[in-house]
Write a protein that binds this ligand. Structure first.
Ligand code: FNR
Length: 378
């Protein structure tokens, strides 16, 4: 209503409330290299496109005469009490989505303002200690790209735990980078240009391995990073990962129900169903189409989901299909690019407002009601 009333006096919102307009505006605002990196995906981007378009073949059926005057979107997730069922997915170049290079701090501020948790990537552009402090009272999570050097992995995880992270998200699908034509054609890979490595260059183990001040020789730091990035994890590594921290551990990138089952049997605390927004493997099935089987296989273990979420409607559908919480990825980067912390907060609030309104008009006052209603394959 606030937006409609403002419209009566000719005032429209500073930022769009829908994804298509937001993306188009952000594409113009971002430097070419950042735009291509954020918007781009693997191969001809068929999987990336399918992630978003596949939501159209799942539909909800509204219920009437249900008291929906108030809605409850809060969740309990791995010991965290959260006001809403969404979170900010880990995005390595979040830092350089704002002009000042402190996009992670801006995202953290948006998290503090909205209560939407931020999953800080290993590739944050500011030290994780500063980023997590900026999350205020909203719980933060830490995403690990497991380095080949085990001492470095242990150091990063222990820093995250000390800095207040509430869970560890281990990304499984990115020990090597996928085939991304937009970046390949422009020869652009931010990490090789010395971007987004702040949490390596601020790490005592990394500095020891480098043997000098990274500021004196950025190129040497970059080459060391290249040589250390991407331990090839297997099921045999799970006990080692478990031993690194007492935080709950989630595995990101699980899309096959057998993998979900095996992870649960191995004592993993949460599954994170995602295909990395179609950036790693092309030729895949839309992530949302894999969610129901993963949820079934995971049993009582919570399943987080991302890949292709563009609106509040997508969020509600993913919840109806069994996700415990839903990750927003590219949309918040576009908010950051257009309006910093306020822009990211605007995107999150718009998505939540749409989800809330949809639950209201669909006669689903709680997330239990949403799950019970489920979705129909169109
Ligand atoms: C990512 N993603 C990602 N995932 C991760 O675990 N660590 C990371 O550092 C990154 N970095 C990253 C950079 C960029 C530019 C994008 C777009 C994505 C994947 C991310 O967490 C999430 O899975 C996808 O963004 C979901 O797809 P959509 O909904 O954004 O298309």
């Amino acid at each position: 209503n606030a937006l409609y009333f403002a419209g009566l006096s000719g005032k429209t919102p500073d930022l769009p409330v829908d994804f298509a307009t937001l993306e188009a505006r952000a594409a113009k605002a971002m430097p070419d290299s950042v735009r291509d990196y954020v918007m781009g995906g693997c191969g001809d981007e068929a999987t990336q496109d399918a992630n978003a378009s596949a939501f159209a073949h799942w539909g909800m059926v509204p219920r009437m005469l249900v008291d929906c005057a108030t809605r409850d979107l809060s969740i309990d997730l791995l010991g965290m009490k959260l006001p809403s069922p969404i979170f900010m997915a880990p995005i390595g170049v979040t830092g350089i989505c704002t002009e000042d290079g402190h996009g992670d701090i801006a995202a953290a501020r948006a998290s503090a303002e909205t209560g939407v948790p931020f999953i800080g990537s290993t590739l944050m552009n500011d030290p994780m200690e500063a980023v997590f402090a900026a999350c205020g009272d909203t719980p933060a999570l830490y995403q690990l790209y497991t380095p080949k050097n085990e001492d470095l992995a242990a150091s990063l995880v222990s820093r995250a735990e000390k800095a207040g992270a509430k869970a560890l998200v281990v990304t499984l699908d990115t020990w090597v980078t996928g085939w991304r034509p937009r970046d390949l054609n422009s020869g652009n890979f931010p990490q090789l240009r010395g971007h987004v490595l702040a949490n390596y260059t601020s790490d005592p183990v990394f500095r020891d391995l480098l043997g000098k001040d990274p500021a004196e020789d950025v190129q040497a730091a970059v080459m060391l990073w290249v040589s250390l990035f991407g331990k090839v994890l297997t099921w045999d590594d799970l006990p080692w990962l478990r031993g690194l921290t007492s935080l709950p551990i989630l595995l990101k990138g699980i899309c096959h129900p057998d993998d979900a089952r095996r992870a649960v049997d191995a004592g993993i605390d949460g599954i994170y169903c995602s295909n990395h927004g179609g950036r790693q493997a092309n030729g895949g099935i839309a992530a949302i189409d894999m969610l129901p089987d993963v949820v079934k296989a995971a049993g009582d273990t919570p399943v987080l989901f991302d890949s292709g979420i563009r609106s509040g409607t997508d969020v509600v559908k993913a919840l109806a299909m069994g996700a415990a919480a839903v990750g927003i990825g590219r949309p918040y980067c576009y908010g950051l690019a257009l309006g910093g912390a306020a822009g990211a907060a605007h995107v999150l609030k718009s998505i939540l407002a749409e989800a809330d309104l949809l639950m209201a008009v669909n006669g689903m006052p709680t997330l239990d009601a949403v799950r019970e209603a489920g979705v129909t394959r169109i």
